[in-house]
Design a protein around this ligand. Sequence first.
Ligand code: ATP
Length: 350
Amino acid sequence: MTIHTVVMIPGDGIGPEVTAAAERVLKAADAPVRFIERHAGIAALDRGENDVLPLSTVDAIREHGVALKGPCTTPIGGGFGSVNVALRKKLSLYASIRPVRSLPGVKTRFENVDLVIVRENTEGLYSGIENQITDDVVVSMKVATRDSCERIARWAFRYAVHRGRNKVTAFHKANIMKLSDGLFINEAKKVYEEEYPNIKYEEVIIDAACMRLVTDPTQFDMLLCENLYGDIISDLCAGLVGGLGCTPGANIGDVDAVFEAVHGSAPDIAGQDKANPLAVIMSAAMMLNHIGTTRKDTAALESAGRVRDAYNLALTEGQKTRDLGGELSCSGFADAVIDRLKTATAPVGN
Ligand code: ATP
Protein backbone atom coordinates (compact mmCIF):
# COMPACT_ATOMS: atom_id res chain seq x y z
CA MET A 1 0.00 0.00 0.00
CA THR A 2 1.31 3.47 -0.94
CA ILE A 3 1.50 5.91 1.97
CA HIS A 4 1.06 9.50 0.82
CA THR A 5 2.84 12.30 2.66
CA VAL A 6 0.51 15.17 3.49
CA VAL A 7 1.59 18.52 4.92
CA MET A 8 -0.41 19.33 8.07
CA ILE A 9 -0.71 23.05 8.89
CA PRO A 10 -2.52 23.42 12.24
CA GLY A 11 -2.94 27.22 11.86
CA ASP A 12 -4.25 29.64 14.49
CA GLY A 13 -7.16 29.87 16.92
CA ILE A 14 -9.27 26.70 16.77
CA GLY A 15 -7.03 25.35 13.98
CA PRO A 16 -4.83 23.09 16.14
CA GLU A 17 -7.90 21.51 17.85
CA VAL A 18 -9.89 20.81 14.70
CA THR A 19 -6.93 19.57 12.65
CA ALA A 20 -5.84 17.29 15.52
CA ALA A 21 -9.37 15.84 15.57
CA ALA A 22 -9.24 15.23 11.81
CA GLU A 23 -5.82 13.61 12.07
CA ARG A 24 -7.10 11.19 14.73
CA VAL A 25 -10.10 10.28 12.55
CA LEU A 26 -7.90 9.62 9.51
CA LYS A 27 -5.59 7.44 11.56
CA ALA A 28 -8.53 5.41 12.89
CA ALA A 29 -9.84 5.06 9.33
CA ASP A 30 -6.52 3.52 8.21
CA ALA A 31 -6.15 6.30 5.64
CA PRO A 32 -2.98 5.72 3.61
CA VAL A 33 -1.42 9.03 4.62
CA ARG A 34 1.35 10.24 6.89
CA PHE A 35 1.40 13.82 8.10
CA ILE A 36 4.38 16.11 8.37
CA GLU A 37 3.72 19.27 10.35
CA ARG A 38 4.56 22.74 9.04
CA HIS A 39 3.37 26.08 10.31
CA ALA A 40 1.73 29.24 9.02
CA GLY A 41 0.09 32.30 10.55
CA ILE A 42 0.72 33.58 14.06
CA ALA A 43 1.56 29.98 14.97
CA ALA A 44 4.64 30.25 12.72
CA LEU A 45 5.81 33.47 14.41
CA ASP A 46 5.27 31.82 17.82
CA ARG A 47 7.66 29.08 16.72
CA GLY A 48 10.40 31.55 15.90
CA GLU A 49 9.84 31.82 12.15
CA ASN A 50 10.30 35.33 10.78
CA ASP A 51 7.39 35.15 8.35
CA VAL A 52 3.71 34.24 8.73
CA LEU A 53 4.11 32.09 5.63
CA PRO A 54 7.54 30.47 5.94
CA LEU A 55 9.22 29.22 2.78
CA SER A 56 9.68 25.81 4.46
CA THR A 57 5.87 25.45 4.59
CA VAL A 58 5.35 26.44 0.95
CA ASP A 59 8.24 24.22 -0.16
CA ALA A 60 6.84 21.23 1.75
CA ILE A 61 3.52 21.56 -0.09
CA ARG A 62 5.38 21.90 -3.40
CA GLU A 63 7.31 18.73 -2.58
CA HIS A 64 4.36 16.60 -1.46
CA GLY A 65 1.53 18.17 -3.47
CA VAL A 66 -1.18 18.00 -0.80
CA ALA A 67 -1.86 19.77 2.51
CA LEU A 68 -4.55 19.78 5.17
CA LYS A 69 -4.71 23.22 6.68
CA GLY A 70 -6.31 24.86 9.68
CA PRO A 71 -7.36 28.53 9.48
CA CYS A 72 -4.85 31.36 9.94
CA THR A 73 -5.95 34.58 11.62
CA THR A 74 -5.99 37.71 9.45
CA PRO A 75 -5.75 41.01 11.34
CA ILE A 76 -8.49 43.52 10.45
CA GLY A 77 -7.67 46.97 9.07
CA GLY A 78 -3.87 46.70 9.39
CA GLY A 79 -1.00 44.32 10.17
CA PHE A 80 0.10 41.51 7.86
CA GLY A 81 -1.95 40.40 4.83
CA SER A 82 -3.99 37.20 4.77
CA VAL A 83 -1.82 34.08 4.96
CA ASN A 84 -4.66 32.04 3.50
CA VAL A 85 -4.81 34.29 0.43
CA ALA A 86 -1.00 34.44 0.08
CA LEU A 87 -0.73 30.64 0.07
CA ARG A 88 -3.41 30.30 -2.61
CA LYS A 89 -1.62 32.85 -4.80
CA LYS A 90 1.88 31.43 -4.23
CA LEU A 91 0.86 27.92 -5.21
CA SER A 92 -1.58 29.08 -7.88
CA LEU A 93 -4.45 27.25 -6.18
CA TYR A 94 -6.89 29.00 -8.44
CA ALA A 95 -10.02 26.93 -7.83
CA SER A 96 -11.71 26.94 -4.45
CA ILE A 97 -14.30 24.17 -4.19
CA ARG A 98 -16.85 24.26 -1.41
CA PRO A 99 -19.56 21.61 -1.40
CA VAL A 100 -22.59 22.62 0.64
CA ARG A 101 -24.94 19.76 1.46
CA SER A 102 -27.72 19.11 3.94
CA LEU A 103 -26.45 16.75 6.61
CA PRO A 104 -28.32 13.93 8.31
CA GLY A 105 -29.50 14.88 11.79
CA VAL A 106 -28.77 18.59 11.25
CA LYS A 107 -32.13 20.31 11.02
CA THR A 108 -32.17 23.56 9.08
CA ARG A 109 -34.79 25.59 7.20
CA PHE A 110 -34.18 23.60 4.00
CA GLU A 111 -33.81 19.91 3.19
CA ASN A 112 -31.94 18.51 0.19
CA VAL A 113 -29.50 21.37 -0.23
CA ASP A 114 -26.78 20.17 -2.59
CA LEU A 115 -24.62 22.97 -3.95
CA VAL A 116 -21.02 23.28 -5.06
CA ILE A 117 -19.41 26.70 -4.90
CA VAL A 118 -16.52 27.22 -7.32
CA ARG A 119 -14.67 30.37 -6.32
CA GLU A 120 -11.91 32.04 -8.32
CA ASN A 121 -9.12 32.16 -5.79
CA THR A 122 -6.37 34.41 -7.09
CA GLU A 123 -7.67 37.80 -8.22
CA GLY A 124 -10.69 40.14 -8.01
CA LEU A 125 -10.61 42.52 -5.04
CA TYR A 126 -8.17 40.10 -3.37
CA SER A 127 -5.43 41.57 -5.58
CA GLY A 128 -4.40 43.50 -2.46
CA ILE A 129 -3.70 46.54 -4.66
CA GLU A 130 -4.90 49.49 -2.62
CA ASN A 131 -3.72 53.07 -3.03
CA GLN A 132 -4.10 56.08 -0.82
CA ILE A 133 -4.82 58.76 -3.42
CA THR A 134 -5.20 61.64 -0.96
CA ASP A 135 -5.67 61.71 2.82
CA ASP A 136 -9.36 61.18 2.21
CA VAL A 137 -9.47 58.93 -0.84
CA VAL A 138 -8.50 55.29 -1.16
CA VAL A 139 -8.73 53.12 -4.26
CA SER A 140 -8.88 49.29 -4.26
CA MET A 141 -8.27 47.51 -7.53
CA LYS A 142 -10.43 44.66 -8.73
CA VAL A 143 -8.34 42.59 -11.12
CA ALA A 144 -9.80 40.28 -13.74
CA THR A 145 -7.67 38.63 -16.40
CA ARG A 146 -9.06 36.74 -19.36
CA ASP A 147 -6.90 33.69 -18.64
CA SER A 148 -8.03 33.39 -15.01
CA CYS A 149 -11.70 33.93 -15.83
CA GLU A 150 -11.49 31.30 -18.55
CA ARG A 151 -9.60 28.72 -16.49
CA ILE A 152 -11.98 28.91 -13.49
CA ALA A 153 -14.99 28.62 -15.80
CA ARG A 154 -13.45 25.62 -17.53
CA TRP A 155 -12.66 24.07 -14.15
CA ALA A 156 -16.29 24.45 -13.07
CA PHE A 157 -17.72 22.92 -16.24
CA ARG A 158 -15.21 20.06 -16.22
CA TYR A 159 -16.11 19.33 -12.58
CA ALA A 160 -19.82 19.41 -13.54
CA VAL A 161 -19.24 16.76 -16.19
CA HIS A 162 -17.10 14.52 -13.93
CA ARG A 163 -19.55 14.72 -11.04
CA GLY A 164 -22.73 14.45 -13.10
CA ARG A 165 -23.98 17.92 -12.18
CA ASN A 166 -26.49 19.69 -14.41
CA LYS A 167 -26.10 23.42 -14.16
CA VAL A 168 -23.51 26.13 -13.63
CA THR A 169 -24.73 29.55 -12.50
CA ALA A 170 -22.32 32.48 -12.76
CA PHE A 171 -22.86 35.13 -10.06
CA HIS A 172 -21.89 38.67 -11.11
CA LYS A 173 -22.53 42.39 -10.94
CA ALA A 174 -21.69 43.15 -14.56
CA ASN A 175 -24.39 45.82 -14.69
CA ILE A 176 -22.13 47.94 -12.44
CA MET A 177 -18.64 46.44 -12.94
CA LYS A 178 -19.11 46.20 -16.66
CA LEU A 179 -15.48 45.45 -17.47
CA SER A 180 -14.28 43.14 -14.68
CA ASP A 181 -17.47 41.16 -14.01
CA GLY A 182 -18.28 41.55 -17.71
CA LEU A 183 -15.08 39.69 -18.57
CA PHE A 184 -15.85 37.03 -15.94
CA ILE A 185 -19.27 36.17 -17.38
CA ASN A 186 -18.21 36.55 -21.01
CA GLU A 187 -15.46 33.96 -20.53
CA ALA A 188 -17.84 31.63 -18.66
CA LYS A 189 -20.39 31.91 -21.46
CA LYS A 190 -17.73 31.27 -24.08
CA VAL A 191 -16.51 28.12 -22.32
CA TYR A 192 -20.11 26.94 -21.98
CA GLU A 193 -21.00 27.59 -25.64
CA GLU A 194 -17.81 26.26 -27.17
CA GLU A 195 -16.96 23.34 -24.87
CA TYR A 196 -19.85 22.33 -22.60
CA PRO A 197 -23.16 23.05 -24.38
CA ASN A 198 -24.74 20.03 -22.67
CA ILE A 199 -24.45 21.53 -19.18
CA LYS A 200 -27.07 24.18 -18.38
CA TYR A 201 -25.67 27.68 -17.85
CA GLU A 202 -27.20 30.80 -16.39
CA GLU A 203 -26.05 34.19 -15.16
CA VAL A 204 -27.59 35.83 -12.10
CA ILE A 205 -26.80 39.23 -10.60
CA ILE A 206 -25.27 38.66 -7.18
CA ASP A 207 -27.87 40.54 -5.12
CA ALA A 208 -30.77 38.72 -6.74
CA ALA A 209 -28.79 35.48 -6.38
CA CYS A 210 -28.56 36.00 -2.60
CA MET A 211 -32.30 36.51 -2.36
CA ARG A 212 -32.96 33.41 -4.45
CA LEU A 213 -30.47 31.35 -2.41
CA VAL A 214 -32.14 32.08 0.92
CA THR A 215 -35.61 31.62 -0.61
CA ASP A 216 -34.96 28.27 -2.26
CA PRO A 217 -31.38 27.00 -2.58
CA THR A 218 -32.51 23.87 -4.41
CA GLN A 219 -32.94 25.92 -7.61
CA PHE A 220 -29.13 26.08 -7.89
CA ASP A 221 -26.53 23.40 -8.57
CA MET A 222 -23.00 24.77 -9.12
CA LEU A 223 -22.24 28.39 -8.27
CA LEU A 224 -19.41 30.00 -10.22
CA CYS A 225 -18.11 33.11 -8.44
CA GLU A 226 -15.26 35.56 -8.62
CA ASN A 227 -13.18 35.80 -5.47
CA LEU A 228 -15.10 38.13 -3.14
CA TYR A 229 -18.58 36.93 -4.11
CA GLY A 230 -17.36 33.37 -3.53
CA ASP A 231 -16.13 34.31 -0.06
CA ILE A 232 -19.43 35.90 0.95
CA ILE A 233 -21.64 33.31 -0.70
CA SER A 234 -19.71 30.53 1.07
CA ASP A 235 -20.72 31.81 4.50
CA LEU A 236 -24.27 32.44 3.34
CA CYS A 237 -24.51 28.89 2.03
CA ALA A 238 -22.90 27.51 5.20
CA GLY A 239 -25.86 29.04 7.03
CA LEU A 240 -28.24 26.99 4.87
CA VAL A 241 -26.88 23.66 6.10
CA GLY A 242 -25.92 24.24 9.74
CA GLY A 243 -23.20 26.88 9.79
CA LEU A 244 -19.47 27.24 9.52
CA GLY A 245 -18.80 24.11 11.54
CA CYS A 246 -19.94 21.90 8.69
CA THR A 247 -18.71 23.43 5.43
CA PRO A 248 -15.52 21.92 3.98
CA GLY A 249 -13.33 23.21 1.20
CA ALA A 250 -10.46 22.59 -1.18
CA ASN A 251 -8.06 24.96 -2.93
CA ILE A 252 -6.89 23.28 -6.10
CA GLY A 253 -4.32 24.22 -8.72
CA ASP A 254 -2.88 22.37 -11.68
CA VAL A 255 -0.16 20.90 -9.43
CA ASP A 256 -0.92 21.27 -5.71
CA ALA A 257 -4.02 21.11 -3.51
CA VAL A 258 -4.67 22.48 -0.02
CA PHE A 259 -7.76 21.35 1.87
CA GLU A 260 -9.29 23.60 4.52
CA ALA A 261 -12.65 24.39 6.07
CA VAL A 262 -14.55 27.52 5.06
CA HIS A 263 -14.46 28.87 8.63
CA GLY A 264 -11.78 31.09 10.10
CA SER A 265 -9.78 30.82 13.30
CA ALA A 266 -12.75 31.66 15.60
CA PRO A 267 -10.65 33.21 18.37
CA ASP A 268 -13.73 33.51 20.61
CA ILE A 269 -13.83 29.75 21.18
CA ALA A 270 -10.17 28.85 20.61
CA GLY A 271 -8.41 26.57 23.09
CA GLN A 272 -11.65 25.51 24.81
CA ASP A 273 -12.32 22.21 23.02
CA LYS A 274 -15.64 23.71 21.84
CA ALA A 275 -15.13 24.04 18.08
CA ASN A 276 -16.84 21.75 15.62
CA PRO A 277 -14.15 19.72 13.81
CA LEU A 278 -16.64 18.38 11.25
CA ALA A 279 -15.73 20.89 8.49
CA VAL A 280 -12.07 19.89 8.71
CA ILE A 281 -12.93 16.18 8.91
CA MET A 282 -15.06 16.65 5.77
CA SER A 283 -12.18 18.54 4.13
CA ALA A 284 -9.90 15.61 5.03
CA ALA A 285 -12.34 13.21 3.33
CA MET A 286 -12.25 15.45 0.23
CA MET A 287 -8.46 15.29 0.42
CA LEU A 288 -8.47 11.47 0.49
CA ASN A 289 -10.85 11.49 -2.46
CA HIS A 290 -8.51 13.85 -4.33
CA ILE A 291 -5.49 11.65 -3.60
CA GLY A 292 -7.45 8.55 -4.59
CA THR A 293 -8.66 10.08 -7.84
CA THR A 294 -5.53 11.89 -9.00
CA ARG A 295 -3.13 9.11 -7.95
CA LYS A 296 -5.47 6.24 -8.74
CA ASP A 297 -5.33 4.84 -5.21
CA THR A 298 -8.32 2.75 -4.20
CA ALA A 299 -7.20 2.58 -0.57
CA ALA A 300 -7.45 6.37 -0.32
CA LEU A 301 -10.90 6.36 -1.96
CA GLU A 302 -12.10 3.64 0.40
CA SER A 303 -10.85 5.45 3.48
CA ALA A 304 -12.62 8.63 2.27
CA GLY A 305 -15.84 6.60 2.07
CA ARG A 306 -15.30 5.19 5.57
CA VAL A 307 -14.77 8.65 7.05
CA ARG A 308 -17.88 10.05 5.34
CA ASP A 309 -20.03 7.13 6.45
CA ALA A 310 -18.76 7.47 10.00
CA TYR A 311 -19.49 11.19 10.39
CA ASN A 312 -22.90 10.82 8.71
CA LEU A 313 -23.73 7.97 11.10
CA ALA A 314 -22.56 9.96 14.12
CA LEU A 315 -24.76 12.92 13.07
CA THR A 316 -27.73 10.65 12.37
CA GLU A 317 -27.40 9.27 15.89
CA GLY A 318 -27.48 12.81 17.33
CA GLN A 319 -23.78 13.08 18.08
CA LYS A 320 -23.22 16.81 17.63
CA THR A 321 -21.18 19.71 18.90
CA ARG A 322 -22.79 22.75 20.52
CA ASP A 323 -22.98 24.88 17.35
CA LEU A 324 -25.33 22.21 15.93
CA GLY A 325 -27.41 22.00 19.10
CA GLY A 326 -25.54 19.07 20.63
CA GLU A 327 -23.40 18.66 23.72
CA LEU A 328 -20.15 17.25 22.43
CA SER A 329 -16.76 18.87 22.64
CA CYS A 330 -14.41 19.03 19.65
CA SER A 331 -12.48 15.96 20.80
CA GLY A 332 -15.76 14.27 21.85
CA PHE A 333 -17.14 14.55 18.32
CA ALA A 334 -13.92 13.09 16.91
CA ASP A 335 -14.31 10.17 19.37
CA ALA A 336 -17.91 9.67 18.22
CA VAL A 337 -16.80 9.51 14.57
CA ILE A 338 -13.96 7.11 15.44
CA ASP A 339 -16.47 4.84 17.27
CA ARG A 340 -18.67 4.77 14.15
CA LEU A 341 -15.73 3.89 11.91
CA LYS A 342 -15.99 0.40 13.34
CA THR A 343 -19.52 -0.03 11.96
CA ALA A 344 -19.33 2.12 8.81
CA THR A 345 -19.27 0.60 5.34
CA ALA A 346 -16.95 1.89 2.65
CA PRO A 347 -18.45 2.96 -0.68
CA VAL A 348 -15.95 4.23 -3.22
CA GLY A 349 -16.15 7.76 -4.66
CA ASN A 350 -17.85 10.93 -3.56
P1 ATP B 1 -10.95 34.83 11.20
O1 ATP B 1 -10.51 36.22 11.53
O2 ATP B 1 -9.84 33.85 11.30
O3 ATP B 1 -11.69 34.74 9.90
P2 ATP B 1 -13.47 34.92 12.63
O4 ATP B 1 -13.81 34.60 14.05
O5 ATP B 1 -13.63 36.32 12.17
O6 ATP B 1 -11.99 34.37 12.34
P3 ATP B 1 -14.77 32.60 11.66
O7 ATP B 1 -13.76 31.85 12.42
O8 ATP B 1 -14.97 32.19 10.26
O9 ATP B 1 -14.42 34.12 11.65
O10 ATP B 1 -16.13 32.41 12.39
C1 ATP B 1 -17.06 33.34 12.91
C2 ATP B 1 -17.70 32.71 14.14
O11 ATP B 1 -18.37 31.48 13.82
C3 ATP B 1 -16.66 32.32 15.18
O12 ATP B 1 -16.35 33.41 15.98
C4 ATP B 1 -17.32 31.17 15.92
O13 ATP B 1 -18.14 31.65 16.94
C5 ATP B 1 -18.15 30.50 14.82
N1 ATP B 1 -17.42 29.33 14.27
C6 ATP B 1 -16.58 29.33 13.21
N2 ATP B 1 -16.08 28.11 13.00
C7 ATP B 1 -16.60 27.31 13.94
C8 ATP B 1 -16.45 25.92 14.25
N3 ATP B 1 -15.67 25.11 13.54
N4 ATP B 1 -17.14 25.44 15.32
C9 ATP B 1 -17.95 26.23 16.02
N5 ATP B 1 -18.13 27.54 15.79
C10 ATP B 1 -17.47 28.08 14.76
